[in-house]
Ligand binder design. Structure first.
Ligand SMILES: [Mg+2]
Length: 342
């Protein structure tokens, strides 16, 4: 019997150890939302993401156009998190037998709509057969300044764009609805957050101007805070009352007997941006609808030496208490699950 796969972070550390170190001047490798190469005065950004049947979508239930839009958004979000603008995409399809031409057209409609929204064009790809559908998008973009995860410094503000929790509430509403749109005026906009998330490419310029570090919220705020703190070797102090909740989330959570704060902390695939910035930029950030949720502080223990693998999660305090990692990793729910917070 084969061993079970290790967790996502252990897997990335294992794979990156087996890579030949690039060693090329200016090349940014594993550990950020995108890899990057020097491109004249700018940086070329490269990222990829997959939609796997049964894992990221449910054939027969998730509309194909939605699969395309969500996958385009996931990729564009990684480019935005590095301060960049999406440009060119390749699409690699591995398809099972049961797909109709009309469904493929709908998938591409979703990918193209996302391209029109975020500014990328699909210029090629590959098709193969598979046991189950799997769609991979490889996206290229560029930035005048690469915003990394490792730049947060003590004294910086911690900030998040938009509001949170809607994507997870929407996912649960979607799974319960078995494809029928909900009647509830509270549920419809939350469902929309799940079906049609928007990557924040509109904030890339502001990130380049202000951010010391950034990451997109694909695994949930709690997990991303840990990633930023780990990569930067700092401690993050967050105030729960400052975390922006999606409209209707409190009301929906009360009906479901769920905790809106836990939903906001664990909600993945939000595609909002989490960033740190020097305090002098506070006004620019809040004017752009970005909420300040905390501060960067010196770590309690010495950060790892340079070149050591980055820890899965750095030090994060929520209302003065340690925050366990909570959210998605791409191989399943985080091992701490839902019920370990407070
Ligand atoms: Mg990301």
């Amino acid at each position: 019997m084969k061993n079970k796969l290790p967790g996502e972070f252990q897997l990335i550390n294992l794979l990156s150890r087996s890579l030949r170190q690039a060693g090329e001047p200016g090349v940014i490798g594993v550990g950020d939302d995108c890899a990057a190469l020097p491109l004249g005065e700018q940086m070329q950004l490269l990222t990829c993401d997959a939609a796997v049947a049964g894992r990221h979508f449910t054939p027969g239930l998730t509309p194909w156009e939605t699969v395309g839009w969500r996958l385009g958004s996931a990729n564009a979000s990684d480019i935005a998190a590095c301060g960049g603008t999406p440009e060119w995409a390749l699409v690699s399809l591995a398809l099972g037998d049961e797909i109709e031409p009309g469904e493929l057209e709908a998938l591409y409609r979703g990918l193209e709509e996302a391209g029109a929204e975020y500014g990328y064009r699909i210029i090629g790809g590959n098709v193969s057969g598979a046991e189950q559908h799997q769609i991979n998008v490889f996206l290229l973009g560029r930035t005048a300044r690469f915003v990394a995860r490792g730049g947060a410094r003590p004294g910086d503000l911690v900030a998040v764009s938009g509001d949170l929790g809607g994507a997870e509430a929407g996912r649960r509403i979607f799974e319960d609805s078995t494809g029928n749109p909900p009647d509830s005026p509270v549920e419809r906009p939350l469902l929309e957050r799940y079906l049609r998330p928007r990557a924040r490419t509109d904030l890339a310029g502001l990130l380049r101007e202000t951010a010391s570090a950034a990451i997109d919220i694909s695994d949930g705020l709690a997990a991303e805070l840990g990633h930023l703190a780990g990569a930067s070797g700092v401690r993050m102090e967050i105030e729960s009352a400052l975390i922006p909740l999606a409209p209707g989330l409190r009301e929906w959570a009360a009906l479901r007997g769920a905790d809106p704060l836990r939903l906001a902390l664990g909600s993945g695939e939000e595609y909002q941006l989490l960033l740190t910035a020097p305090a002098e930029h506070q006004r620019l950030l809040t004017e752009a609808g970005i909420s300040i949720i905390g501060r960067v502080e010196e770590p309690s223990a010495a950060p790892p030496e340079r070149g050591e693998p980055v820890a899965e999660s750095g030090e994060v305090l929520l209302d003065g208490r340690p925050l366990p990692p909570l959210g998605w990793n791409h191989l399943g729910w985080n091992h701490l699950g839902w019920n370990h917070l407070g």
